[in-house]
Ligand binder design. Structure first.
Ligand code: GCO
Ligand code: MG
Length: 403
């Protein structure tokens, strides 16, 4: 038995907030798990410190599945982003520990490599089509095989996915939530010309992606998907809010553009109908928000029955600990599709030194034992938590809308 002797939650803001769980064991091996829930970080800190950690001390760190079930079923109150992020952090840290004890990189415990590397997509954005296409050219020159395109919408002051910095996009930045203005009509006019210009400039040997960020109705999404078909997008993401999965059936009736969804899902139950009715092509659940490696593997196995592939969320609010876990998962899982990769800042990478690498559009988790990611606790302690909210959206007449 490998006893869990301690666990602590490390909150740090090296440019943005991250919550990291560190679990320690009787033989000195420790493991890390990401528990960051953007804009709601301290709820997970409290859930872990006040409720989860007291139940962990003394348990056998090797019993990953049993601990997962204990935390999931044992809470009585099931699912939800706070609970599932906390469970995810425990699960990730326990896999890190098990792999370290085995003396293997984690992916070897998950069945070994199913491919040579993990294809990632980067984010090209700009305030105009020309700027976005220019940014995409730079990604292509850096070897990216898949690029997400987000461009400013004429007539709107700010747009999701568009930042001043060409490399880093960080939406969480207000001490209170920023209010953005949204117009679906203006947006819908702006996307097809972006894809047309991008295909002309970049050719056909690169995958192009787009995120509608939950803002369309199903019929609007159907139209956008259909208008993008000539440009062969890799996927249209979060076309419509997914609380009502039936909406995706309506989108499917109108377009063959592949659909991706699920970055805000936290369990297999959120995805079940979408997967078994083949209403989506890519499932975007990721390690930190969907119950860790254990639960993500369950979702992927289920999705594989329906030829749905993985496309894990990988924005900057998922820490390098989550990124490492996602890469071990992505390298090993049979039905891998693509992995999102938004680079972290240099300071974040200093706080979380890691073994994973990027080369020629592909990433690899590296062959360090465990997850292959560390935390520099002294440096982390120098960067205190700073409250930061995601923005909210209103229509031009003031009506609240999905951001
Ligand atoms: C993406 C996502 C992010 C989210 C962010 C929220 O596709 O990368 O939509 O940009 O908005 O992760 O915390
Ligand atoms: Mg998204």
């Amino acid at each position: 038995m490998l006893r869990i002797t301690g666990a602590k939650v490390i909150v740090s803001c090296p440019g943005r907030n991250f919550v990291t769980l560190k679990i320690e064991t009787s033989d000195g091996v420790y493991g890390l798990g990401d528990a960051t829930l953007n804009g709601r970080e301290l709820s997970v800190v409290s859930y872990l410190t006040d409720h989860v950690i007291p139940c962990l001390i003394g348990r056998d760190a090797h019993r990953i599945e049993d601990i997962w079930q204990y935390l999931y079923k044992g809470a009585y109150w099931r699912r939800g982003p706070v609970t599932m992020s906390a469970i995810a952090a425990v699960d990730t840290a326990l896999w890190d520990i098990k792999a370290k004890v085995a003396g293997l990189p984690l992916y070897q415990l998950l069945g070994g490599a199913s491919r040579e590397g993990v294809m990632v997509y980067g984010h090209a954005n700009g305030t105009t089509i020309e700027e976005t296409v220019e940014a995409a050219r730079r990604y292509q020159a850096e070897g990216y095989k898949a690029i997400r395109l987000q461009s400013g919408v004429p007539g709107l002051a700010s747009t999701y996915g568009v930042s001043n910095d060409r490399y880093f996009y960080e939406p969480a930045n207000g001490n209170t939530p920023h209010e953005n203005v949204w117009s679906t009509e203006k947006y819908l006019r702006s996307v097809p010309p972006l894809f047309e210009a991008a295909r002309e400039a970049l050719g056909w040997d690169v995958h192009l992606l787009h995120d509608a960020h939950h803002r369309l109705t199903p019929i609007e999404a159907g139209r956008l998907g259909r208008e993008l078909e000539p440009f062969r997008p890799f996927w249209l993401e979060d076309a419509t809010p997914a609380e009502n999965p039936d909406g995706f059936r309506l989108i499917r009736q109108h377009t063959t553009t592949p659909l991706a969804v699920g970055e805000v899902f936290n369990s297999i139950w959120d995805a079940k109908q979408l997967i078994e009715e083949q209403l989506i092509d890519y499932i975007r659940t990721t390690v930190v928000h969907a119950g860790g490696i254990t639960h993500l593997r369950r979702i992927a196995s289920f999705a594989d029955l329906y030829q749905v592939r993985t496309g894990c969320h990988g924005a900057t609010d998922l820490s390098p600990v989550c990124m490492a876990a996602a890469l071990h998962f992505g390298l090993s899982v049979p039905n891998f599709g693509v992995q999102e990769y938004m680079r972290h800042t240099e300071l974040t990478d200093q706080v979380f030194p890691h073994a994973y690498t990027f080369e020629n559009g592909m990433m690899h988790p590296g062959d360090a034992i465990g997850l292959g990611v560390e935390i520099d606790e002294d440096l982390a302690a120098k960067h205190e938590y700073k409250r930061a909210y995601l923005p909210v959206n209103r229509l031009e007449d003031g009506t609240m809308w999905s951001w």
